[in-house]
Write a protein that binds this ligand. Structure first.
Ligand SMILES: [Zn+2]
Length: 404
């Protein structure tokens, strides 16, 4: 089958100590310490084959490009990948994927060939202490499709019945291509869902929800907050196009932080003004700029506020603990998407949620390297790859020109 394949040189940095398992499997727990000179190409990989009773084979129909894919492509000054996650090579990337079931193992009951599915790409062990507590996203032995198992940037991928979530309800409301595009958005949307409603325990209807950073996870947070009964949703992002998308997805106000700076004001003072001094009840940091937003968040907390950290900020950022003490506020952190797919799918099937505007460009699989470069400038919100050559390419310019 055709697939995008990344290869790189196994070149552990001088002071890196690797475990026997990392050495044996050539699977680094931190890619930045080992993988050098990554090379992306459109190549051939063997077709996946059913090897267990619960396996299914999915024909990939839409695959999102995530910031972490860009970090596997970009390198530091010494040529090492920028992705600090578990990584095995050679690798088919792609962890935001939806497609059509083409073959099922003998024990599969809930799916049949032809069914549209979204694929959960975090595969948990079901045996470790975290799994026994139901914290599957924190599994100690997890494997990740697109990181240390082959992912979706290929014609086919292998998964299991429990990780393939049916999209039949979405298909009743959306056309075929939109169904797969929404399916491939389930991964980032589920990160938002699990963080907001499982880890942070949700919010009361009538609350003010604030989102810093309007990438796919921030935009999904905005739409989910609107769905779940927020009285007011206020968003911040430095890019005007993302602010417009935030409004399209349900933000009452979306501030361009560059404009605020020019006007000599701050996100915190706007938030306090917009809430008559009360502050935000749930604040979601979906940015990668914790050093810029942390102080703003801590200056505009409502009494009893919840702060949820979903963005990936490199390095450490000081926390003003007194801000949390004085407002009886709580901070939550979350990574992972397990537990979010079914509700995100159900909300689309019920017509309560439509995340499809998040996809701002669509490219054929064969041009993945171009699309990844384009994703690297962060001006697009979500670029998806479409392995089916019949689906026309939509470039960002075409989308922005078509916008009213
Ligand atoms: Zn586990």
């Amino acid at each position: 089958m055709r697939a995008i394949v990344i290869e790189a040189d196994w070149a552990p940095r001088a002071k890196t100590e690797l475990t026997p398992d990392e050495l044996e499997r050539r699977s680094a727990l931190d890619g930045t310490q080992v993988w050098r000179h990554p090379r992306w190409s459109l190549g051939q990989r063997p077709d996946p084959a059913i090897a267990a009773e619960d396996h299914i084979i999915v024909r990939s129909r839409a695959v999102g490009i995530c910031g972490s894919d860009v970090h596997m492509y970009e390198t530091d000054a010494d040529g090492y990948v920028l992705l600090p996650y578990k990584m095995r090579m050679p690798l088919v990337p792609g962890h935001e994927v939806a497609g059509e079931v083409v073959e099922t193992g003998p024990a599969v009951r809930s799916l049949r060939p032809g069914d549209p599915v979204a694929v959960e790409t975090l595969e948990y062990c079901d045996r470790c202490a975290a799994c026994r507590r139901g914290l599957f996203n924190q599994c100690a032995n997890a494997h990740d499709r697109g990181f240390d198992l082959d992912g979706g940037m290929a014609e086919y991928l292998l998964t299991t019945e429990r990780h393939a979530r049916p999209l039949a309800g979405v298909r009743e409301r959306f056309d075929e291509q939109a169904t797969y595009e929404i399916g491939a958005l389930c991964e980032p949307a589920s990160v938002a869902f699990v963080g907001m409603f499982v880890q942070a325990g949700g919010f009361l209807p009538g609350s003010t929800v604030t989102v810093f950073g309007c990438g796919p996870i921030g935009l999904a947070s905005i739409a989910l907050a609107r769905c779940a009964g927020a009285a007011r949703v206020i968003a911040f992002d430095p890019q005007p196009v993302r602010c417009q998308l935030a409004r399209d997805l349900g933000a009452d106000i979306a501030y361009d932080t560059g404009e605020l700076e020019t006007a000599g004001t701050t996100p915190a003072s706007r938030l306090l003004e917009d809430t008559r001094g009360a502050g935000a009840d749930l604040v979601i940091d979906a940015s990668n700029a914790g050093q810029l937003v942390r102080a703003q968040i801590e200056s505009a907390l409502a009494v009893g506020a919840k702060v949820l950290y979903l963005g990936v900020t490199p390095g450490s950022v000081p926390m003003r603990t007194m801000a949390y003490q004085a407002r009886a506020a709580s901070a939550f952190g979350m990574l992972g998407h397990l537990g979010g797919f079914d509700p995100v799918i159900a909300l689309h099937a019920a017509g309560r949620l439509d995340l499809s505007p998040i996809v701002t460009a669509r490219w054929p699989l064969a041009e993945a390297a171009c699309a990844i470069r384009l994703a690297g400038d962060r001006a697009n919100t979500k670029i998806q790859l479409v392995p089916d050559d019949r689906v026309p390419r939509v470039t960002p310019n075409a989308i922005w020109e078509a916008a009213p």
